[in-house]
Design a protein around this ligand. Structure first.
Ligand code: TMP
Length: 211
């Protein structure tokens, strides 16, 4: 019998491009709702009108590849501040389960490992903006770099990261795996190269353990 917690549960999904996060978030949302759980799905950058506007700015063709990495980091954190205040914090206070597509680990990997911004600066900003709103559980979706790149190319490039070469996919994978390794209490690595239903079963059962 599941114990119902009085406060909510914050779950993030992370990983490089093409690893199947979106499908798994939908699957988990469906299963939790079938079990009468109060769940919301959100994403970063985005999740509020202001933060979605920032997302559009970041991915806009005109500026998409042209923000300096520092400018990108500031915009991402501005969007995150709004998202936490207006969506994540209130939902958790109401006891909801929050499923978020990307969060702090994406910043550490994309702006840190990939764009090579100063990790101390990134982590200082993270402490200021995120504070105690650290996820209870993070699923790191892990897929071979070549397979991830093939998946993205077959669905058509969307933004400047999607258009990267194999080295970029390998760096993303290494970055997320190193975060999983350094944060074993929060992060669970999921082998994304399996049948989607099997992955969904594993994710649902790991989520239930946290409820
Ligand atoms: P998505 O469609 O997979 O959510 O993609 C959003 C893009 O934004 C993806 O390329 C990763 C990137 N991103 C960062 O670079 N840093 C961040 O902190 C976040 C949340 C996303």
């Amino acid at each position: 019998m599941l114990q119902v917690k009085s406060s909510g549960l914050f779950i993030t999904f992370e990983g490089g491009e093409g690893v199947g996060k979106t499908t798994q978030i939908q699957q988990l949302e469906t299963r939790l709702k079938e079990n009468d759980r109060d769940v919301i799905v959100t994403r970063e950058p985005g999740g509020t009108p202001a933060a979605e506007a920032v997302r559009n700015l970041l991915s806009h063709e005109e500026f998409g590849g042209d923000w300096t990495p520092n400018a990108e980091l500031m915009l991402l954190n501005a969007a995150r501040a709004m998202h936490i205040r207006d969506v994540i914090q209130p939902a958790l206070e109401e006891g909801k389960i929050v499923l978020c597509d990307r969060y702090i680990d994406s910043t550490r990997v994309y702006q840190g490992h990939l764009a090579r911004l100063d990790m101390n600066f990134i982590m200082d900003l993270e402490r200021q903006i995120v504070g105690t709103h650290i996820p209870d559980l993070t699923f790191i979706m892990d897929l071979d770099a070549e397979k991830a790149m093939e998946r993205v190319q077959s669905r058509g490039a969307m933004d400047h990261y999607d258009r990267g070469d194999l080295t970029l996919y390998q760096k993303l994978r290494d970055g997320f795996l190193s975060i999983a390794n350094d944060n074993p209490n929060r992060c669970v690595t999921i082998d994304a190269d399996q049948d989607a239903q099997k992955i969904a079963d594993a994710i649902f059962s790991l989520t239930q353990e946290k409820l």
